[in-house]
Design a protein around this ligand. Structure first.
Ligand code: NBG
Length: 829
C-alpha cells in the first residue's frame, strides 16, 4: 500500500486519515468540515508532486523554450474537484470518502476559491493555464498573490454591499511558500549617470524604498497529463535589511511602519471599471510583479548555464493586457543596467521575448499613467520609456515622413490633458506580436484602436479567439451531461473538443434527445435548492431559464434585459389571460465599488424582482432572481442550468466574452448581438440555432455619426414608452420617482450604449425564443447542435494557436527543441 502516491480506494482512504492526523492533528471524531477538506486536498496534492518534480526536470534541463504568462489576474476557481478529474481519481476518492461516511460534495463546497481577478480576463488566464498543462507546454504563470481578492458581494435592501474576501483565512493547501525564492524590488528615488572604467555610459538607480517579493507556487494539473504547469504568485514582504534600517535610524517604530508599507503592496486586488484616481499602489503592484518575475526568469536562465544573449530563445513572455507591460522597460533595465548588455541588443531581445494580448475596445479602459507619478515611482523606467519612444518615433517618421499628427498619436507619451504614459502604445512597441481575442475585436483593433500600429507594422496584429476549458466547464460542472456525451462518442472530447461534432449523428435519435432533455431538467431541478438558499426564492423548473451572468456594466446591458422583463410584466398585467412562455430570469455579477450606474442597475434588477415575484397575477409565469456574489464556484451551478444565454452587449464593445462559450457548451441557446465571439459562435452553431438581434458595430458607428436621438425611439414605440414611464412613476421603487432617474436620464439623453435603438429588435427576438422553446423538439435539436459545434471554443485550441503562431513552442510530448530557427522573431515591419 502506498499512501502517498497510490490511487486505490484503500490507499486514498488511509492517506486521508493519515493527513487528517499528521497535518491537521485531528481524527474523524474531532475534525471539522474544513479539516476534512484540507485532509483530502493534501491527499490529492501528494499525488501531484511526482508530476511536479518531473516537470521541472523536463522544462529546465531539456532544451526547451518556456512560456512565461504574465498576468495581474487569475481566477482559477476551486482546485480540488478539478485536480481529481485531471488525475483520473474521482471514483476512487468518492468511494473512499463514502467508506468514511463523508459526502465529497460537502468538501467541494467548503473550498474557498482564489478570487485573484475581476472577471473574464482573469478567468481566461486560468483556462489558459489548464490548457498549457493539458497540452504539456512548459509554462510558468506569473502573478500577484493578493491577500484580499475581489470583494464578496452581499445585497442589502437590493443594493450591493462589498465585503473583504478573506480567502486565505482557513489555509490554502494548494500553494507552497518558497522563502528561498525572493527578489528585491526597488521603488522611487533617483538615477545618476556615470561612466564605467572601460568608458561606457551607465545609469545607477538609487531607490527610495526596497520591497522583497516572495514566491508562492501552485501546481496546475492538466487532464491526464504527465507534467504540471506552475502558477507562481508573488507576495510583498519587508526586505531583510529592515534591521539595518532600524540600526541606522534608531527608529524602531519607523522601521516597523516601513515593514507594514512594504507588505501593503500585495494586500488587495483593484476592482476594474473604477473612476481614475491616484492609484499609486496599483502602479507599484504592476511593477513589483513583473520585476520579480523577470528576475526569476533570469535567475533560472543563468542557473542552467545559459547566456543572456539567448534569453529570447528560451523564454516567450506573454503580456496579458497592459497590466504587465512594464516588463518591457524592466527587461531592458535588467539587461543593460544590471547585466551590462548593449542597449540595441537589449531592445532586440526584449521585442523578441514579448507578445501582447489586447482585451478591450473601450477607450476609457486603455491604461495610462501620469508622467509625474511615473517619475516618482519608477524614475529609471521613465528614462527607458523615453528611449523606446525615440526609437519608435524615428521609425514612424521614416515610414510616414511629414505626418506629425501620426507621431503625436503614436507617441508613448500623451501630451494633451496632462502628460501621461500610454501603456498600450508601450506594449505594442515592445512586442513582436499583438493579438485580439475574437475576429471582430481584432478587426476593430486594426481599423480603429490600434490602427496606427497596424499601419506601421502590418504583420504584427493577429487574431486568436478566446476559449475555455471543457474540463471545468463541462466535465466538472455538468457531470451528467458529460456522462451522456461520453456514452455516445467516448471520452476523447475532453481533450479534443472538436470530437463533439460526432454528436450530430444522434440528432435524429429520439431517445438521445429525450435523454438530453432529461439531463437539463434534472440539472434545473437540482439547482432549485441552490437558488432558494442564495435568494430565498422558489422557482419553477419547468419554466425557461433565461440567464445573464457577468460583471455589471452599462455596455453589457443588463438593463436592456430588465426592459424586456418589464415589457412582459405589463403585458400580463394588461391582459392576464395572455399566453406567455413562463420564464425564470437569473442574474448575477459584481459592480465596481465606484461605478454608481452599475450599482444602480443592480438595484433596478432587485427592485423589479420584488414587484414581479410578489404579484400574484404574474408570479406563476415570471420570476426574477439575482444570485449574489457571482464567481467561478457559482458559475459551476449557473452555466449548466441555463436554457437561454444572454449576450446582449452593444456591438463593438465586448472584446470576446467567454461566458457565451460556457453556456453554449452546456446546451444553452444564445440570444445575442453581433459582438465579440458571439459572431463566431453563431457561425459555428448555425444561424438557425442562435437568436440574433440589434445593430451591428458598423451601424452603431453610423448612427452615432449621423446624430442619434434616443428620445425618438421612445416616442415612436408605445410599449417602450410605457416601460420607461412605469420606471419613472415609481411602480418599481415604492413610489420613489427619483431613484432610477439617473438611468432614465442617461437612456433618454445620450444613450451611449443604444438600448433605445435595440429595444424593439430585442423584444421581437425574445418572442422568437419563446416560440422556439414551445416546440420542444426543435429546441432540443438546437441545444444539441450548440454543444456539438462548440469545439472551436476550447482553450486547448486557443493555446495551440498561441504556441504555433506566437510563442513558437512545442509540447514536451512532441520534443520542444529551442534550436528551431523560427524562435527569435525578427521585426516584421
Ligand atoms: C475582457 C473583455 C472580455 C474578454 C476577456 C478575456 C478585460 C479588460 N477584458 O470581452 O471585456 O472575454 O477580457 O479576453 O477584462
Amino acid at each position: 500500500m502506498n499512501i502517498r502516491t497510490g490511487f486505490e480506494v484503500e490507499e486514498i482512504r488511509e492517506a486521508f486519515l493519515n493527513n487528517l492526523f499528521y497535518v491537521q492533528a485531528k481524527n474523524c471524531r474531532t475534525a471539522t468540515l474544513n479539516d476534512r477538506y484540507l485532509a483530502l486536498a493534501y491527499t490529492v496534492r501528494d499525488r501531484m508532486l511526482e508530476r511536479w518534480m518531473k516537470s521541472i526536470d523536463t522544462y529546465f534541463t531539456g532544451n526547451m523554450r518556456v512560456v512565461s504568462y504574465l498576468s495581474a489576474e487569475y481566477l482559477p476557481g476551486p482546485h480540488l474537484a478539478n485536480n481529481m478529474i485531471n488525475l483520473g481519481m474521482c471514483d476512487a476518492v468518492e468511494q473512499a470518502m463514502q467508506e468514511l461516511d463523508i459526502d465529497v460534495h460537502d468538501l467541494f463546497e467548503q473550498e474557498e476559491e482564489p478570487g485573484l481577478g475581476n472577471g473574464g480576463l482573469g478567468r481566461l488566464a486560468a483556462c489558459f493555464m489548464d490548457s498549457l498543462a493539458t497540452r504539456e507546454i512548459p509554462a510558468i504563470g506569473y502573478g500577484i498573490r493578493y491577500e484580499f481578492g475581489i470583494f464578496d458581494q452581499q445585497l442589502q435592501d437590493g443594493w450591493q454591499l462589498e465585503r473583504t474576501d478573506h480567502w486565505l483565512q482557513l489555509g490554502n493547501p494548494w500553494e507552497i511558500a518558497r522563502p528561498e525564492t525572493t527578489f528585491k524590488v526597488k521603488l522611487g528615488g533617483h538615477t545618476e549617470q556615470h561612466t564605467t572604467d572601460d568608458g561606457r555610459r551607465q545609469v545607477r538607480w538609487t531607490p527610495e524604498r526596497i520591497v522583497k517579493g516572495m514566491a508562492y507556487d501552485t501546481p496546475i494539473t492538466g487532464f491526464l497529463a504527465d507534467t504540471v504547469a506552475l502558477l507562481r504568485l508573488w507576495k510583498a514582504e519587508a526586505p531583510r535589511n529592515f534591521h539595518f534600517m532600524i540600526f541606522n535610524k534608531g527608529d524602531y517604530y519607523g522601521a516597523v511602519e516601513d515593514n507594514v508599507a512594504a507588505t501593503n503592496l500585495t494586500k488587495i486586488l483593484y476592482p476594474n471599471d473604477e473612476p481614475e484616481q491616484g492609484k499609486r499602489l496599483r502602479l507599484e503592484q504592476q511593477y513589483f510583479f513583473v520585476s520579480c518575475s523577470l528576475q526569476d526568469m533570469i535567475r533560472i536562465h543563468l542557473r542552467f548555464g545559459r547566456s543572456l544573449h539567448d534569453f529570447a530563445r528560451y523564454w516567450a513572455g506573454q503580456l496579458n493586457d497592459t497590466h504587465p507591460s512594464l516588463a518591457i522597460p524592466e527587461l531592458i533595465r535588467l539587461l543593460v543596467d544590471e547585466h551590462d548588455m548593449d542597449r540595441d541588443e537589449a531592445w532586440e531581445i526584449t521585442r523578441s521575448t514579448f507578445s501582447y494580448t489586447n482585451h478591450t475596445l473601450l477607450p476609457e479602459a486603455l491604461e495610462t499613467w501620469p508622467v509625474s507619478l511615473f517619475a516618482r515611482v519608477l524614475p529609471r523606467h521613465l528614462e527607458i520609456i523615453y528611449e523606446i519612444n525615440t526609437r519608435l518615433l524615428r521609425e514612424v517618421r521614416e515610414k510616414f515622413p511629414g505626418d506629425e499628427r501620426r507621431v503625436v498619436r503614436m507617441s508613448l507619451i500623451q501630451e494633451d490633458d496632462g502628460r501621461r504614459v500610454r501603456m498600450a502604445n508601450l506594449a505594442c512597441a515592445g512586442s513582436h506580436a499583438i493579438n485580439g481575442v475574437a475576429e471582430l475585436h481584432t478587426r476593430l483593433l486594426k481599423q480603429y484602436t490600434l490602427n496606427d500600429f497596424h499601419e506601421l507594422y502590418p504583420q504584427k496584429i493577429r487574431n486568436i479567439t478566446n476559449g475555455v476549458t471543457p474540463r471545468r466547464w463541462i466535465a466538472l460542472c455538468n457531470r451528467n451531461l458529460a456522462t451522456l456525451i461520453s456514452g455516445r462518442i467516448g471520452m476523447d472530447w475532453v481533450s479534443n473538443l472538436e470530437e463533439l461534432r460526432k454528436l450530430e449523428a444522434f440528432i435524429d435519435d429520439e431517445e438521445f434527445r429525450a435523454q438530453w432533455w432529461q439531463v437539463k431538467q434534472d440539472k434545473k431541478r437540482e439547482q432549485l435548492a441552490f437558488i432558494q438558499q442564495r435568494t430565498g426564492i422558489v422557482v419553477d423548473p419547468d419554466s425557461l431559464f433565461d440567464v445573464h451572468v457577468k460583471r455589471i456594466h452599462e455596455y453589457k446591458r443588463q438593463h436592456l434585459n430588465i426592459l424586456h422583463i418589464i415589457t412582459l410584466y405589463q403585458r400580463i398585467r394588461e391582459n392576464p389571460g395572455i399566453d406567455i412562455q413562463p420564464r425564470t430570469f437569473i442574474f448575477g455579477g459584481k459592480a465596481a465599488p465606484g461605478y454608481a450606474m452599475a450599482k444602480l442597475i443592480i438595484k433596478l434588477i432587485t427592485s423589479v424582482a420584488d414587484v414581479v415575484n410578489n404579484d400574484p397575477l404574474v408570479a406563476d409565469r415570471l420570476k426574477v432572481v439575482f444570485i449574489p456574489n457571482f464567481n467561478v464556484k457559482t458559475g459551476h451551478h449557473v452555466y449548466p442550468m441555463a436554457d437561454l444565454s444572454e449576450q446582449i452587449s452593444t456591438a463593438g464593445k465586448e472584446a470576446s466574452g467567454t461566458g457565451n462559450m460556457k453556456f453554449a457548451m452546456n446546451g444553452a441557446l444564445t440570444i445575442g448581438t453581433l459582438d465579440g465571439a458571439n459572431v463566431e459562435i453563431r457561425e459555428e452553431v448555425g444561424e438557425e440555432n442562435f437568436f440574433l438581434f440589434g445593430a451591428t458595430a458598423a451601424e452603431i458607428r453610423e448612427l452615432k455619426a449621423g446624430g442619434y436621438h434616443p428620445e425618438l425611439c421612445y416616442q415612436r414605440d408605445e410599449e417602450l414608452h410605457r416601460v420607461l414611464d412605469a420606471l419613472r412613476s415609481g411602480v418599481f421603487s415604492n413610489g420613489d420617482t427619483e431613484l432610477f432617474r439617473p438611468l432614465l436620464d442617461s437612456l433618454l439623453g445620450y444613450d451611449e450604449y443604444m438600448l433605445m435603438h435595440d429595444y424593439r429588435s430585442y423584444i421581437s427576438c425574445q418572442e422568437q425564443v419563446s416560440r422556439h422553446y414551445a416546440d420542444r423538439d426543435a429546441w432540443l435539436r438546437s441545444s444539441i447542435l450548440n454543444t456539438a459545434r462548440i469545439g472551436k471554443f476550447s482553450s486547448d485550441r486557443a493555446i495551440r494557436q498561441y504556441c504555433e503562431e506566437v510563442w513558437k513552442v512545442k509540447s514536451v510530448a512532441d520534443g520542444n527543441d529551442v534550436n528551431i530557427k523560427s524562435c527569435v522573431l525578427k521585426e516584421s515591419a
